[in-house]
Ligand binder design. Structure first.
Ligand SMILES: NC(=O)c1ccc[n+]([C@@H]2O[C@H](COP(=O)([O-])OP(=O)(O)OC[C@H]3O[C@@H](n4cnc5c(N)ncnc54)[C@H](OP(=O)(O)O)[C@@H]3O)[C@@H](O)[C@H]2O)c1
Length: 271
């Protein structure tokens, strides 16, 4: 990978990808970043040895890949400022709720890929759903795949609509699990453990269960049933959750996330 990559927005998600690229051996001199906040530019300089720019300019004309990591609310305004320099480039957007149709129109460029990563990308343990517009070549897809693989696993999707489902499952998913972790830590503390002990037990349990689910050929339902002997302690806990219909509550929450993605599209992505 000797081509130039420009990041529009140098916040959390951009930093996760930049960190992965540099770890892979990409020279910082091949990476440009447009980031208006001086403090964030300083962090990018000191962490990665980059020379970020405060605003878009001619330097973007030499970018082969432009990675969009700005909030959906400002995407259009920033796109119009960047468009004059980047119609020739391949574009990769990680912004939630901004459709590739709009991105292609704002940028005057059809080579657009959308990715939906999640926060474990920050430590290289994320998973991204990806969708490519028809004009994106298989070589383009390979390149985007190499870039996003620095943040974790990849799942290419045949239809852009499915990205909203990806948001509901894995994009927002880490927060659901943190929420469950909060509850388990609070419960453990109420039962007499120190907060540190309850936290340690909870986090190790999530990691262990996740690794077990990944290593096993069985579905989570089977893994759960195996540790739920009738009349036992886990049985009592699961029965209590089923009385409260916890799975339905969680699925409702996922629909709320997907609905919000659709609202973001209506508010910021469709004009
Ligand atoms: N974080 C996640 O887990 C996650 C997951 C999936 C997708 N995403 C998507 O990734 C995108 C970025 O999220 P993030 O968490 O990385 O947000 P973030 O940390 O707030 O980063 C966005 C960056 O864009 C900068 N920016 C603002 N105006 C700009 C402009 N005119 N030109 C260039 N850059 C500008 C912001 O600077 P200021 O600080 O000055 O505003 C900020 O540094 C969002 O669209 C989000 O939907 C994030």
């Amino acid at each position: 990978m000797n081509q130039r990559i420009a990041f529009i927005g140098g916040g959390n998600m951009a930093s996760a990808i930049i960190g992965g690229l540099i770890k892979q051996g990409i020279s910082p001199s091949l990476i440009d970043v447009v980031e208006p906040l001086a403090e964030t530019r300083d962090t990018l300089k000191s962490c990665f040895g980059l020379q970020p720019h405060a605003e878009a300019g001619d330097f973007l004309s030499s970018s082969d890949l432009v990675i969009w990591a700005v909030k959906p609310q400002i995407f259009k305004q920033v796109a119009l400022a960047v468009a004059p320099y980047t119609a020739h480039a391949l574009h990769l957007s990680v912004a939630a709720g901004i459709p590739s149709d709009s991105i292609a129109r704002w940028l005057g460029c059809e080579r657009v890929v959308r990715a939906m990563p999640n926060t474990p990308a920050l430590i290289g343990k994320g998973i991204s759903g990806l969708f490519a517009r028809p004009a994106v070549t298989s070589a383009d897809k390979d390149w985007v795949g190499q870039v996003m693989a620095t943040t974790g696993e990849l799942l290419w999707l045949p239809s852009e609509d499915l990205l909203d489902a990806v948001i509901a499952v894995s994009g927002s998913g880490p927060a659901y699990l943190f929420y469950l972790m909060e509850a388990m830590t609070t419960g453990g503390t109420e039962m007499g453990l120190s907060r540190e002990q309850a936290h340690q037990l909870t986090v190790a349990t999530f990691i262990g269960a996740g690794e077990l689910a990944k290593a096993s050929s069985e579905q989570p339902k089977v893994l759960r049933q195996r540790v739920t002997s009738p009349g036992g302690t886990t049985f009592a806990a699961i029965a209590s959750m089923e009385d409260d219909d916890m799975q339905a509550l969680l699925i409702n929450a996922m629909y709320a996330a997907r609905q919000r993605a659709a609202e973001l599209t209506a508010e910021f992505g469709s004009t």
